[in-house]
Ligand binder design. Structure first.
Ligand code: ADP
Ligand code: MG
Length: 204
């Protein structure tokens, strides 16, 4: 279980701090719902370890993550900026997610190729991110996150701005991922995404 326990945070000069408090089970998706500026991305950054809370705790399988660096935590994240390396082709971008030194096994290579097929990007492995549309880049970022096989996916508006075909594809991919036991924290102001993917909603 992922437990966010009275996680208190405020930016300097902020009047009233946030207090995030919820639990999620493996294989479930919690939607973080709130207007623009309500703190969705802030929560994602706290979970990922890019921001330090003032108090409270984050527990995974009853162990605190507070002392763990971002790379040690059980999360992989897709944030609004896609964070693809512009000078590296698609397969290298994905490969770096699997192994930072790019020591990829034939099975890894195969997973990348099959993954590209599964997100509708068959044969795009050698392209540079700059030659892809926004939706295609988003699919690469999501695929890279999925192939890291971490227990928890942090998704910050991952389907925003996609055409309906790509959106359907990625929604199905996320449903499959849940069925495999992955826990998803989804920041989204899209009602359809929440209805389709979320088992619970945390309102900000
Ligand atoms: P959301 O993702 O729900 O749109 P954010 O978490 O990005 O909301 O931001 C929540 C609030 O915190 C906003 O009012 C924003 O202006 C403020 N904020 C975000 N980042 C910072 C920062 N680095 N310093 C100060 N205030 C910030
Ligand atoms: Mg945001």
């Amino acid at each position: 279980m992922l437990e966010v326990r009275n996680l208190v945070f405020s930016y300097p000069d902020q009047e009233s701090p946030w207090n995030f408090h919820f639990t999620v089970e493996p294989g479930q998706c919690i939607a973080i719902h709130g207007a623009s500026g309500s703190g969705k991305s802030t929560l994602m950054n706290l979970l990922a370890g890019f921001l330090e809370p003032q108090s409270g705790d984050i527990l995974w399988q009853d162990e605190s993550l507070r002392q763990q660096a971002p790379w040690q935590r059980p999360f992989t994240s897709v944030f609004q900026e896609h964070n693809l390396f512009e000078h590296l082709n698609v397969e290298t971008n994905i490969g770096l997610g699997i192994h930072p030194g790019l020591k990829l096994t034939p099975e890894n290579q195969q997973a990348i190729e099959q993954g590209l097929d599964s997100v509708g990007l068959e044969g795009f492995g050698k392209r540079l991110p700059g030659d892809l549309s926004g939706g295609q880049r988003q699919r690469v970022a999501l695929l890279r996150a999925l192939l890291r096989k971490k227990p928890i996916l942090l998704l910050d508006e991952p389907l925003t701005g996609l055409d309906s075909e790509a959106r359907d594809l990625l929604r199905q991919l996320l449903l499959d991922e849940k069925a495999r036991g992955t826990l998803i924290v989804l920041a989204s102001h899209d009602k359809e995404d929440r209805q389709l993917l979320a088992d619970s909603v945390h309102r900000l």
